[in-house]
Write a protein that binds this ligand. Structure first.
Ligand SMILES: [Zn+2]
Length: 479
C-alpha cells in the first residue's frame, strides 16, 4: 500500500512536518515557505472571515484576461466581471509570482501546493516537500477547524489544482490515489470531471470508488440531469460528469447532446455554494476554470476565450454570494500563464485587431474536437470544409499546402497524436485569421493578477510570492 493512501499515514505525515521543515536545510533558489512576511493590517473593517471562495483561472496569461475584457466591451459594451472588480473598487488588486521550489516556471501541482501549504514544493508534487514531509493542506486545515470544504472544476476533480487544496501525493499523476484521499478526508463537495479515477473498470486497482463514496454516505451523481434533480441535503456530494476533463464550453454549446450531459462551471459553483453555505462554521471552496490552461497548451484561441468568459461569469455569481454573505473572503487569480497568449496588431493594420478578435465568435468547435473529427487515415480529406464549417476560416491553397506538408512531416505517436499534429499545423492559419499569437505551448513565468475582497483582503502585500497567500488566508479564517 502506498504510504500516502490512508488517513493514518496522512496524520503521521503531518506530525513529521515540523521536523521535516526544520531538517530541510537551505532550499533551492525559488523555494520559500514557513512564515508569512509581515504584512500591514488593514485599516478599519473586519479582518476575520467565516468563508473562503478561492477562484482559479488555470493558466491565464494577461493576454487572456485582456481578450475577455476586449471581447465583452466590443460585443456587449461592458467590462468583464474581473475588470469591474477593479474599476468599481470592489476588490484589491495584487501581483504575485508563480514559481515552484525548483523552477521559475511552475506547473499547477507546485503552484496549487504553494497556496495549499504555504511552502513551495518541486514541480509535479502535490503538497509534499522535498524532505518528504506532507503538511496539512488548506482545505483540511479548514475542516479541522470545523468548516466544510469542497472543490469545483472543469478539469478532472483529481487534477493538480483541486488536489493542491486537499491532497498530499508525491506526484500529481497519482490521481487514483487522490480520489481515495478525498474520500478518506471527507471533502464535502466535489464537482468536476475525472470519472476514470472513480470507475472500477478504469482504475488500476479495479476498486469501485463510486460505490465506496456511496457507502461513505455521499450522494453521487454522474450527469447534468441527475445533478439538477438533487434536492437540498446536508450529505456530502460527489458529482463527476466526464471520464476525463469536462468538455470545453464551446463544444458543450455546439456538439449535439454534450451540453445536456455536462453542467457548466456556473451551475456547479452555484450548487456547491448552496450545499456549503448553510454550515454554521463556514466553508472553504475552490472554483477552477481548469481548461483555460488546456486551451493555452493547444494554442486554441476560441476555446481559451470562451473558457475564460465562463470563469468570468462565475465571478459575478460569487460576487453576488459574497454580497449576501459579507463574512466571505474571495480570491480570484491564476496559478501561472500558459501559451503566452496575446492579441496582436497586424503589420500596417492595427485596426484589424478588434474585428479579428470578434471573428472568434464564428468558431463552433475546439481544436481538440476537430482533431478527433479528422480522418486518421486521410487527414487531408475534408480538411478545408471542416475548418470553414467549425472555425469560420477559409484556408487558401498555399496555406493548405503548408498545413498538409507539416502534418505529413510529423510522425503520429501515442505521445503526440493526430490532434496535436493538427494543432501545430493550423497555428499560422489561426494567427492570420484572428491576429492572436502565442509564445509556446508551455507554461510561462510571468507575474500574475490576483483580485481579493472581503474581510482581510488587503492583508496581502501589493506584490507577493505565491506561497504567502496561504498564511494570509489562515490568518483571515482563523485556521
Ligand atoms: Zn498546464
Amino acid at each position: 500500500m502506498n504510504e500516502f493512501s490512508s488517513r493514518r499515514h496522512f496524520i503521521k505525515g503531518l506530525a513529521a512536518t515540523a521536523i521535516g521543515a526544520a531538517a530541510a536545510g537551505p532550499m533551492l533558489s525559488h523555494a520559500a515557505g514557513g512564515d508569512v512576511s509581515p504584512v500591514k493590517v488593514a485599516e478599519g473593517g473586519p479582518t476575520k472571515a467565516r468563508n473562503l471562495i478561492f477562484m482559479v483561472s488555470d493558466g491565464m496569461n494577461h493576454g487572456t484576461l485582456s481578450a475577455a475584457q476586449h471581447w465583452l466591451k466590443l460585443r456587449e459594451g461592458r467590462n468583464s466581471e474581473w475588470m469591474t472588480l477593479y474599476q468599481d473598487r470592489l476588490a484589491v488588486r495584487r501581483l504575485t509570482d508563480t514559481a515552484a521550489a525548483d523552477s521559475l516556471v511552475t506547473d499547477s501541482a507546485a503552484a496549487s501546493s504553494a497556496w495549499g501549504i504555504g511552502q513551495r514544493v518541486n514541480l509535479g508534487s502535490v503538497n509534499c516537500l522535498p524532505s518528504g514531509a506532507t503538511p496539512m493542506p488548506l482545505a483540511m486545515l479548514a475542516k479541522k477547524a470545523g468548516k466544510k470544504a469542497g472543490m469545483v472544476t472543469t478539469a478532472r476533480i483529481t487534477h493538480a489544482t483541486p488536489a493542491g487544496f486537499a491532497a498530499n501525493v508525491p506526484h500529481r499523476d497519482e490521481e487514483d490515489l487522490i480520489a481515495e484521499q478525498y474520500l478518506e478526508r471527507g471533502l464535502d463537495v466535489l464537482l468536476g470531471g475525472g470519472g476514470r479515477h472513480f470507475d472500477a473498470s478504469r482504475r488500476k486497482d479495479g476498486r469501485d470508488l463510486f460505490g465506496a463514496y456511496r457507502d461513505g454516505g455521499y450522494e453521487v451523481v454522474q450527469s447534468r440531469v441527475a445533478m439538477e434533480a438533487l434536492l437540498p441535503s446536508s450529505k456530502p456530494l460527489l458529482g463527476v460528469f466526464s471520464k476525463s476533463h469536462i468538455p470545453y464550453w464551446i463544444d458543450r454549446q455546439h456538439e449535439v447532446g454534450l451540453g445536456l450531459e455536462t453542467p457548466s462551471l456556473e451551475s456547479m459553483t452555484r450548487l456547491a455554494l448552496e450545499r456549503l453555505s448553510s454550515h454554521p462554521e463556514g466553508f472553504v471552496l475552490q472554483v477552477e476554470a481548469g481548461r483555460v490552461d488546456h486551451a493555452g497548451h493547444a494554442n486554441d484561441p476560441a476555446s481559451l476565450l470562451f473558457e475564460q468568459l465562463e470563469f468570468d461569469r462565475c465571478i459575478r455569481l460569487v460576487r453576488d454570494f459574497a454580497q449576501a454573505h459579507p463574512d466571505t473572503v474571495v480570491v480570484v487569480t491564476t496559478d501561472h500563464g500558459t501559451g503566452g497568449f496575446m492579441i496582436n496588431g497586424a503589420e500596417d493594420a492595427y485596426h484589424l485587431a478588434g474585428p479579428s478578435l470578434l471573428r472568434l465568435g464564428n468558431c463552433r468547435a475546439s481544436l481538440e474536437r476537430l482533431g478527433r473529427l479528422l480522418n486518421p487515415e486521410q487527414p487531408q480529406s475534408g480538411l478545408v470544409e471542416l475548418i470553414r464549417d467549425n472555425l469560420g476560416v477559409e484556408v487558401g491553397p498555399v496555406a493548405l499546402a503548408r498545413m498538409l506538408e507539416q502534418m505529413a512531416s510529423r510522425p503520429i505517436t501515442e505521445a503526440f497524436p493526430l490532434e496535436y499534429v493538427f494543432c501545430d499545423a493550423i497555428r499560422p492559419v489561426l494567427h492570420e485569421a484572428f491576429l492572436t499569437g502565442w509564445t509556446s505551448t508551455h507554461h510561462t513565468g510571468d507575474l500574475v493578477e490576483l483580485a481579493m475582497w472581503g474581510p482581510g483582503a488587503d492583508l496581502l502585500p501589493l506584490f507577493s510570492e505565491n506561497w504567502q497567500l496561504h498564511g494570509v488566508l489562515r490568518q483571515v479564517l482563523s485556521i
